[in-house]
Ligand binder design. Structure first.
Ligand SMILES: Cc1cc2nc3c(=O)[nH]c(=O)nc-3n(C[C@H](O)[C@H](O)[C@H](O)COP(=O)(O)OP(=O)(O)OC[C@H]3O[C@@H](n4cnc5c(N)ncnc54)[C@H](O)[C@@H]3O)c2cc1C
Length: 339
């Protein structure tokens, strides 16, 4: 068991928030993971799970154990065919999501090509049911293997049992902080099924693109629109797109007829958080070490030298401005990790 103490996680989170972990381990097998969990349990250490650190707001000190599963294998199971053309991919939690997407797209497999260039690990992907360009993880995920933090016991959850919805799953609710995701099973397909209805994807591609061409187009659009965390620290979309009642949306539309709105059924309408922030004149604003990206109002950026307290101050200011103007309360998308 390889345990490190007093580990600086500043470069292990894409917002570059300063954070020091009391203990840190990155086990690469299930038995090593079980052993380190048993040790943490025996020591009475709290356990914090970390993947690529692209969707977390870390505190300055993290007591106990920070655990980053390094289960880095993935393979295709051609034998397990449920339907003509289906191929099942088994993916370890430590595999980099974008690399997995590009590798399957290069093998002409359909299913996750629209989710290219989302940072982070495969193990974290089900936590918020990652989504982009009209596709969500839940569309192709078949099952998730988890290990209980308290007992080391492993079991499988079907996609249905994961209770996926918009940026949400059982891993943020009932199972939050009690299991570590160790493996995903994804159902991909050899049958062409391009999803090009979102944004200007269709305009950039032929009528019969390959999965790799779609993934490359998604990457190109994302590079044009989103700041690269390696260049300017950020966590992607900082706020979730808010859901409001149809009545509230209709009332707002009377004053703001150009407001983007997306009816969701069940009496709810989704609004675009970035548009609401932009309308408050906050795009490009800077407050100390943090600010709103100059081209993308949904992305908060860290210019350096700040900490989580400073970031939350800026976020609270934005939330208050939007609430005052539109009566809509924005919620952060990244997970606030507390000691
Ligand atoms: C530039 C940029 C663009 C982004 N674009 C998108 C986008 O288009 N769509 C989208 O949905 N998201 C997007 N994100 C958010 C982020 O990439 C995803 O949420 C991603 O899945 C997080 O993965 P991670 O490994 O970095 O997780 P982390 O940030 O390390 O962790 C996120 C949460 O998952 C938990 N966790 C991590 N690993 C495990 C595990 N093995 N088992 C159980 N829990 C675990 C952590 O405890 C934490 O609560 C973007 C982020 C950035 C920086």
């Amino acid at each position: 068991m390889h345990l490190q103490s007093n580990v600086d996680l500043t470069l292990a989170n894409t917002l570059r928030l300063p954070c020091n972990a009391e203990h840190y381990a990155a086990p690469s097998t299930l038995s090593a993971l079980r052993a380190v969990l048993a040790h943490a349990h025996a020591q009475g250490w709290p356990v914090t799970l970390l993947g690529g650190g692209s969707n977390v707001l870390l505190p300055e000190q993290l007591p106990g154990l920070v655990l980053r599963p390094a289960l880095n294998q993935w393979w295709l199971n051609h034998g397990q065919v449920a339907q003509q053309g289906d191929v099942f991919a088994h993916v370890g939690a430590g595999v980099n999501w974008h690399r997995f997407v590009m590798a399957t797209a290069a093998r002409r497999l359909w299913g996750v090509e629209n989710l290219a260039l989302i940072p982070g690990s495969c193990g974290a992907a089900p936590v918020q049911n990652i989504g982009a360009y009209g596709v969500e993880l839940a569309d192709t995920l078949q099952a998730v293997q988890v290990m209980e933090l308290g007992t080391g016991h492993c079991y499988w959850l079907s996609a249905q049992a994961c209770a996926f919805s918009y940026r949400d799953s059982i891993f943020k609710g009932e199972l939050a902080d009690s299991v570590v995701i160790t493996q995903l099973v994804m159902r991909l397909s050899r049958v062409p099924a391009p999803q090009l209805h979102y944004g200007d994807l269709a305009a950039r591609l032929s009528a019969t693109p390959t999965p790799l061409e779609v993934a490359d187009a998604v990457c190109a659009i994302r590079r044009e629109k989103l700041p690269d965390p390696e260049v300017l620290a950020n966590a992607g979309s900082f706020f979730k797109n808010p859901l409001v009642s149809n009545e509230q949306a209709a009332q707002l539309l009377r004053y703001y007829p150009a407001m983007p709105h997306f009816p969701q059924g069940e009496g709810q309408t989704k609004l675009a958080a970035g548009w609401l922030i932009d309308q408050c004149g906050l795009k490009g604003m800077q407050q100390g070490a943090f600010g709103v990206h100059q081209h993308q109002a949904l992305v908060l950026v860290h210019f350096g030298g700040g900490d989580r307290r400073g970031l939350m101050k800026t976020a609270d200011f934005i939330v208050a401005q939007v609430e005052e103007r539109f009566g809509v309360k924005l919620e952060p998308e990244p997970r606030v990790v507390n000691p």
